[in-house]
Design a protein around this ligand. Structure first.
Ligand code: TPP
Length: 728
């Protein structure tokens, strides 16, 4: 019935009470059937509810039940970790998720424990069962599963890192782990076309991680048949050469074959031999979802062939044939399930709905905000008064925090000193530590478990970090250049920013992404000069900061690491080693709260609001304008872009009545548009001149320095705008 490879199953097979060749007792076989039937009837009930417009979406597990109950019964709920996708009702039921919990999500109830009415049905999530809140995006979860497995391994090697700690995110992030936990991740065969699936195989294989993949191959991705997604039509053939994997390709409508394959795969992972991939051929007897009509693209003949393989009737026949249940017992079991589902549905449709005033809860941590006063401090006067660059102080901060907090791991492209570390440890080479050398010395001091080079794949970096952060690690990852953040955009927008809100505060993934950004490099050109911060400030759930000087960079980075939210930490690479803004090391606890701007130059005639590399340029312009014309500019460095310091802006504009918002990024739809609009809305009566923006031309940065200078806002542009607005 099944083609399998790998280790043999062993002991359970031999126990006296198991039914030969099934690895299950008679009771387990009955339970197996009950769960399959329960799953199908819950889908059927949801379909009725959708037709009655009592729920608003339906996607079923129909046809996948045997494979999924097998997976659930082969694993340990609340011990192992689970990253299922929307077809996985049956595994969730098998793990202990209840029909009531599932139907509460379907109606969008306040008490939906998975999301509080925020997610569509079939977006399973349970803190108790270690089922991690998913998005609707296909394949992103594969990378979370990898990070989750890495975190489990990390905590078993560094158990002391799991301890709670007052005063930072660890106070609110409980860690649980076991030495031999396995991580489950499932995916449809269509979604195996996504790069994130392949990026995850890369790391699962390289790291011999205990991740069991289940590919649920029902032959269709909505209307697209398998051969249009998968070359040759069979994913097992394509993945077969990944080292360290255990592979099994089975008939996933066969409960017995499914169970034996899952037991074997899980045992392989639990023994630490590496990852496993079970490719189950299943059927899809209902359309993709209730929004789809498969009769438009599948013939009646094709559907009839599928119907013959229905796992529910297959198992029912098998139980009868083997004499495990007779017809009466089956009828009784089914009647009980029908009544249970009906009763639960009647209750779920009466459930209380979420309150409107709950909408903004859990966008960010409600336990510890980076705006909190605990992050306000003064620089310590240390013995070493050397003026350090931004690059130096960021490196100091990373070292300080890694010494203080063993949950911090650092990875990204080329961030390690040397992956092949023999020469490094022998002192024969110095080590690289990042293309800008910001992470230099970290691997040497903290070891290869805490600092390592990732594959050249940005989604891999962010997706894994999310999985780790869910488990309580604090990844501080680097994206090598802002220009190459885009492969990680999907993970950032749909996963990183949303984990907390979509799970109604149950799961979260506070982590730090350090990203060198910006131009003014003389030759940086299109792909090493980009800005684009407003794309991320437009994403709720992520904090965005950008320092203009060394002291602020250190203070903000420390807050970013200690706080409980995901932070995009933008580092202007032109400022890394500038003479402007150097500072002495301010001690190992110096922090700056987010949302607090800095008055770089107080003034009374005109406010200039800016950040990043425009700060020194605006300062130069303001000083010259004062010398030339006596105009007194108040220069505000926002430092923190989301949240931003509206109070500082309003106070200054009320004083000067004239304002310029300046930034390096392009003018149109840029960061300044939001600030200018809000000033217009809320401070209209305080203005004596129109709000002016100074920014880059609406084009990418060109290579030739002459063009680069013209494209990016220069001190002279700022000077001109200041002079005009001052006398408007
Ligand atoms: C990244 C992404 N692209 C597109 C979609 C829309 N979509 C939802 S399900 C689906 C098909 C998935 O097919 P498959 O992976 O084979 O799983 P199945 O639904 O057949 O179980 C598509 C295209 C999505 N959810 N996410």
């Amino acid at each position: 019935m099944a083609r399998q490879s790998g280790t043999s199953v062993g002991e359970r097979k031999k126990t006296i009470e198991t039914v030969p060749e099934t690895l299950m007792t008679r009771d387990e076989l009955v339970k197996f059937y009950r769960l399959m039937y329960l799953s199908r009837r819950t889908d059927d009930r949801e379909i009725v509810l959708k037709r009655q417009q009592k729920i608003f979406f339906q996607i079923s597990c129909a046809g996948h039940e045997a494979l999924l109950v097998a997976a659930g019964m082969a694993m340990r709920p609340g011990y192992d970790w689970f990253f299922p996708y929307y077809r996985d009702r049956a595994i969730c039921l098998a793990l202990g998720n209840t029909v009531e919990e599932q139907l509460l999500q379907a109606v969008g109830a306040a008490d939906d424990p998975a999301s509080g009415g925020r997610q569509m049905p079939s977006h399973w999530s349970s803190a108790k069962l270690n089922i991690v809140s998913p998005s609707s995006s296909t394949a992103t979860q594969c990378l979370h599963a990898i990070g989750c497995a890495e975190a489990g391994r990390y905590f078993s090697r560094h158990p002391e890192a799991a301890a709670k700690h007052e005063g930072d995110y660890r106070e609110f992030k409980d860690v649980k782990f076991h030495g031999d936990e396995v991580v489950y991740v499932s995916i449809g065969e269509g979604a195996t076309s996504q790069g994130e699936f392949w990026e995850s195989l890369n790391t699962a294989s390289n790291g011999k991680l205990p991740v069991v993949y289940v590919v649920e191959d029902n032959g269709y991705a909505i209307s697209t048949p398998v051969e249009a997604n998968t070359p040759g039509g069979n994913i097992s053939r394509l993945v077969a050469n990944f080292p360290n994997f255990h592979f099994a390709e089975i008939d996933g409508t066969d409960p017995i074959a499914s169970y034996s394959a899952m037991v074997e795969a899980v045992a392989y992972c639990r023994a630490g031999k590496g990852p496993a991939l079970v490719h189950g051929h299943v059927i899809r007897p209902y359309s993709h979802s209730l929004s789809d009509d498969e009769r438009l693209y599948r013939s009646a003949e094709e559907l009839e062939v599928d119907a013959l393989k229905d796992p529910i009737s297959r198992m029912q026949m098998w139980l009868l044939r083997e004499g495990i249940l007779d017809a009466d017992a089956i009828n009784r079991l089914e009647r009980q399930v029908d009544e249970e589902v009906q009763r639960t549905a009647d209750k779920a449709v009466m459930a209380a709905l979420p309150k409107i005033d709950s909408i903004m809860r859990h966008v960010y941590s409600e336990d510890l905000s980076p705006l909190d006063a605990r992050f306000a401090s003064e620089p310590e006067a240390t013995a070493d008064k050397t003026e350090r660059t931004m690059a130096d102080l960021i490196n100091c901060c990373l070292k300080d925090e890694m010494r203080r907090d063993e949950r911090i791991v650092v990875f990204g492209e080329d961030v390690a000193d040397a992956t092949r570390d023999e020469a490094l440890r022998a002192g024969k080479i110095k080590g690289k530590g990042g293309v800008f050398k910001l992470t230099t010395g970290l691997q040497t001091e903290f070891g290869n478990h805490r600092v390592w080079n990732s594959p050249l794949a940005e989604a891999n970096i962010v997706g894994r970090a999310i999985g780790m952060a869910v488990r309580g690690l604090k990844p501080v990852v680097e994206i090598q250049f802002f220009d190459y953040i885009w492969p990680a955009m999907h993970q950032m927008r749909n996963e990183l920013s949303l984990m907390r809100w979509r799970s109604n505060g149950v799961f979260s993934c506070p982590l730090v992404m350090r990203v060198p950004i910006g131009g003014y490099l003389t030759g940086g050109s299109i792909y090493h000069s980009q800005s684009g911060e407003s794309i991320f400030t437009h994403t709720p759930g992520v904090r965005v900061v950008m320092a203009s000087n060394a002291l602020d960079a250190l203070g903000l980075l420390r807050t970013a690491i200690r706080c409980d939210d995901p932070v995009l930490f933008l580092e202007h690479k032109r400022l890394y080693r500038e003479t402007f803004g150097r500072a002495a090391y301010p001690g190992p606890d110096y922090c700056i709260p987010f949302g607090k701007a800095k008055i770089v130059r107080p003034g009374k005639d005109l406010t200039v609001i800016t950040y990043g590399a425009v700060v020194p340029r605006a300062l130069q312009a303001a000083q010259k304008l004062h010398r030339d014309k006596g105009v007194d500019v108040e220069l505000i460095d926002l430092r923190s872009l989301s949240p931003y310091d509206w109070e500082a802006i309003a106070e200054s504009v009320k004083k000067t009545n004239r304002v310029i918002v300046a930034h390096e990024d392009m003018l149109s739809w840029g960061y300044g548009a939001e600030i200018a609009a809000r000033i217009g809305e809320e401070l209209f009566h305080d203005l004596d001149a129109p709000v002016r923006r100074v920014a880059a031309m609406d084009v990418f940065v060109a290579y030739q320095p002459l063009l680069e200078d013209a494209i990016l806002p220069q001190s002279e542009d700022l000077y001109r705008a200041m002079a005009e607005i001052a006398i408007f």
